[in-house]
Design a binder for this molecule. Structure first.
Ligand SMILES: Cc1cc2nc3c(=O)[nH]c(=O)nc-3n(C[C@H](O)[C@H](O)[C@H](O)COP(=O)(O)OP(=O)(O)OC[C@H]3O[C@@H](n4cnc5c(N)ncnc54)[C@H](O)[C@@H]3O)c2cc1C
Length: 389
């Protein structure tokens, strides 16, 4: 949990400045802001449709992230990405991506067969290649460290190993929030469907107060939402695990990221080729719906492995399957078993809202990919909601 005590950014102060609220009430919350949570590929913003928050914040965030990395010596490479099509049907999907990107002024272009063969002879693209030059990779740990350094330099306090177990909204909708934490060893530190009236947990210890509360608890954000809002506004979390695969050989090793054509309705972007900052090739993530946010071990399943290898071979036929091995896994916080791209049915946008009837509560749900790319723009969006609208 990230905690801030600031007068200038105080909700009450700023409301007085920007909204002419007549309150002169001075309150004594321990902190002005409590942020629950606060944790790649730099995405270009190709897949998320015209009117979505994902597109708006990915485009804004991409520029901010490149700038931030340059200023703060965070490692990144603007290595670009190829989206490849093997069939006419896939080519039609690439054409949609191309037209969307052009309409949004996102740099994009089709490569000729000759150029593609010359630049990446190992990559198979029977029907076509779309190149996104503004895509890149970032040292995500270095980025987190730089942000954390900034946060503490500006006077923020980080409460590690302090899982929030209970939250009391301000009585009558105005006043301070009260937040309890449990010791990290508590058997169920983050109850799956608690409510504001939940009884104290055994061993629950510390409590603090804050004027503003931001729920950015990732995989547990729905649990925090359900602690605060009434049952009719509870949300059910869905978990889409993605396993990654390593590759031990030094050949083939394209110098750009390679993605298959997007599959409408699919929960991810397909098992693609990524390169890490050390130049290692990795494939993934696939999509596997799991029941628990703790199910983080990569899934050793022969059928899934065969499917991933088949996906990879479709665009990198000379890969040696014997040197592909299960690596690690991550879980995307989803709000339904919905698609990752806007073409097709059931696209789920980010949910970022100042919750009605709950003064000072900003709720961030379903912050899956491109959440890292969009992170700085998401912060701006939250700030704008609290202080400028
Ligand atoms: C497999 C995979 C691939 C991805 N690829 C990309 C990509 O290429 N590009 C991209 O832009 N994004 C990508 N993402 C998405 C990106 O990682 C997320 O959008 C981003 O990490 C979300 O950040 P966050 O701060 O909202 O949540 P998180 O990073 O999940 O952080 C949440 C934090 O809240 C803490 N927390 C949870 N519950 C509590 C509680 N009760 N009390 C206190 N603290 C709590 C957790 O410990 C955690 O530290 C990917 C995600 C996955 C899973």
């Amino acid at each position: 949990m990230l905690l801030v005590r600031t007068f200038q950014a105080s909700r009450h102060h700023t409301f007085n400045t920007f909204r002419s609220f007549s309150t002169t009430q001075r309150r004594d919350a321990d902190f002005t802001h409590a942020v629950i949570g606060g944790g790649a590929v730099i995405h270009a913003g190709l897949y998320y449709g015209h009117d979505s928050l994902k597109t708006k914040l990915c485009l804004q965030g991409k520029g901010m992230l490149y700038e931030y990395c340059k200023k703060n010596q965070v490692g990144f490479k603007n290595c670009g990405k190829w989206v490849v099509a093997q069939t006419d049907e896939q080519m039609a999907e690439l054409q949609k991506v191309h037209d969307f990107a052009t309409s949004m002024e996102i740099p994009i272009r089709f490569l000729s067969h000759e150029e593609a063969k010359r630049r990446e002879p190992d990559v198979r693209a029977e029907a076509g290649v779309l190149e996104s030059p503004s895509t890149g990779i970032v040292d995500s740990h270095g980025y987190m460290q730089a942000l954390h350094g900034d946060f503490e330099e500006f006077g923020g306090t980080t409460a590690l190993a302090s899982p929030v177990s209970r939250i009391q909204a301000p009585p009558g909708g105005r006043g301070d929030w009260k937040i309890w934490t449990a010791p990290p060893s508590a058997s169920e530190p983050i109850p799956s469907s608690p409510s504001a009236a939940v009884p104290e947990l055994e061993g629950e210890d510390t409590s603090i107060t804050a004027e503003t509360i931001v729920n950015s608890a990732g995989l547990y954000a729905c649990a925090i939402n359900n602690m605060i809002l009434p049952p009719e506004r509870h949300r059910k979390p869905y978990y889409a695990k993605g396993s990654y695969f390593s590759y031990a050989k030094s050949h083939p090793k394209p110098s750009t990221l390679v993605y298959p054509a997007p599959m409408p309705g699919h929960g991810g972007l397909g098992t693609h080729l990524t390169i890490d900052m050390a130049g290692r090739v990795r494939f993934g993530p696939d999509v596997e719906w799991v029941d628990s946010p703790g199910d983080l071990a990569p899934t050793a399943n022969t059928e899934r492995f065969k499917a991933a290898v088949a996906d990879i071979k479709s665009y990198l036929p000379s890969i040696d399957a014997d040197d592909i091995a299960l690596d690690y896994a991550g879980i995307r916080p989803k709000l339904g078993k919905l698609g990752a791209v806007a073409s097709g049915k059931g696209f789920q946008d980010f949910y970022i809202k100042l919750e009605e009837g709950y003064d000072g509560f900003v709720n961030l749900l379903g912050i899956e990919s491109p959440g890292l790319t969009a992170s700085l723009a998401i912060a701006e969006e939250v700030h704008e909601m609290l202080y400028r609208r």
